[in-house]
Design a protein around this ligand. Structure first.
Ligand code: NAD
Length: 340
């Protein structure tokens, strides 16, 4: 079994690869993994260090939107998991072009290469944000897409392309949509690692608007188990929601992080709300739960472990936060208020 994992040097993709190569997915202990990743500011080979010596890992630096490269790489694989994406909403507000290039055009290039090579299943990893904001209740997989940010619009574009390749060409594509992830190795522009690393440094944390925006939270390990379940038992052409076990306002999340870091509200700076900030997302994941899925990591326990990981891994995140210690990333907004 050979699996192509695109975006496998990022936060979630690398967790999937580390788990797969450490035998964390029963039945896949011998699977070989090719990681294709262009190593944007968010991609980091250090994320793969724990499995770098594995003879089952092959790393290829490249762009999923490069047709010649992708056409040459896809044949010989038995499945493709696409984690590659531009992922930060604030960056998409500053400049949407790379989001369209990767999250829409890149997905199309990948799908076409899979179709041409007869490779599938393809799992397109997506987000709850494609549905826009929901005041109450939760979305099923049948809810209409109504994205509001350039990030979520681009992800919706990729999802629509995936659905089109499934319906038009019969390509075996499955889409997963998940809520906000947290855990180790998350780039410290996203709210949890940003807040935690600021607090570890004795710096204030920026809270958007009134702090009333609501998000579902899931540990990255639970998300990856959901993706794996869809790979193993999902149906071609279907979409699956993957949800966690916590729904929190940003105020509640901030309170929990302050407590875990032993800090008080004097460390919180209110900043103007993000443009077009969706108020609430909420997924109904009963289809996946009917297949046996359930998140395993209790939120508070996962959060405390995550805080400990950042406290113990300064050498991983300090170069990412201190421009003097690392090459400057691409077009980046200031690392201020931030939700994934
Ligand atoms: P990330 O930003 O940490 O990692 C993205 C990875 O993709 C990086 O390694 C980057 O180098 C790579 N990449 C970007 N453009 C590429 C390209 N053109 N070709 C090849 N590689 C490229 O993102 P993440 O948080 O790990 O998210 C992974 C996926 O999960 C994304 O599709 C995202 O939309 C989805 N998702 C994320 C969350 C979350 O909370 N982080 C929630 C739901 C869904």
């Amino acid at each position: 079994m050979r699996i192509l994992v695109t975006g496998g040097a990022g936060f979630i993709g690398s967790h999937y690869v580390r788990t797969m190569l450490s035998g964390g997915y029963p039945g896949y202990e011998d699977a070989a993994v090719t990681v294709l990743d262009s190593l944007t500011y968010a991609g980091n080979l250090a994320n793969l260090d724990p499995v770098a010596a594995s003879p089952r890992l092959r790393f290829v630096r490249g762009d999923i939107a490069d047709p010649a490269l992708v056409r040459s790489l896809v044949p010989g694989h038995d499945a493709v998991i696409n984690f590659a994406a531009e992922t930060h909403v604030d960056r998409s507000i500053s400049g949407a072009a790379p989001f369209v290039a990767t999250n829409v055009a890149g997905v199309q290039v990948l799908l076409q290469a899979c179709l041409d090579a007869g490779v599938g299943p393809v799992v397109q990893v997506s987000t709850d944000e494609v549905y826009g904001s929901v005041a109450s209740g939760s979305w099923t997989e049948q809810a209409p897409l109504a994205p509001n940010s350039p990030y979520s619009a681009a992800k919706a574009g990729g999802d629509l392309m995936a659905g089109a390749y499934a319906r038009t060409h019969g390509l075996d594509v499955r889409i997963t949509r998940c809520c906000n992830n947290y855990g180790p190795y998350q780039y410290p522009e996203k709210v949890i690692p940003l807040f935690v690393t600021n607090l570890l440094d004795g710096q204030p944390v920026p809270l958007y608007g009134d702090g009333g925006n609501v998000r579902g939270w899931i540990h990255v390990d639970d998300h990856c188990r959901g993706v794996q379940l869809v790979l193993e038992r999902g149906e071609p052409g279907k979409t699956y929601h993957i949800n966690g076990n916590a729904e929190l306002t940003n105020l509640e999340l901030t309170a929990a992080l302050l407590e875990c870091c032993g800090a008080g509200w004097d460390m919180v700076t209110r900043v103007p709300d993000r443009k077009g900030h969706d108020r609430r997302y909420c997924l109904d994941d009963s289809a996946l739960r009917d297949m046996g899925y359930a998140p395993r990591v209790p939120f508070r326990q996962g959060l405390e472990e995550t805080v400990r990981w950042y406290a113990d891994h300064r050498s991983w995140w300090e170069p990412l936060k201190r421009p003097a210690a690392a090459p400057a990333p691409g077009p980046a907004p200031a690392v201020t208020g931030s939700m994934p």
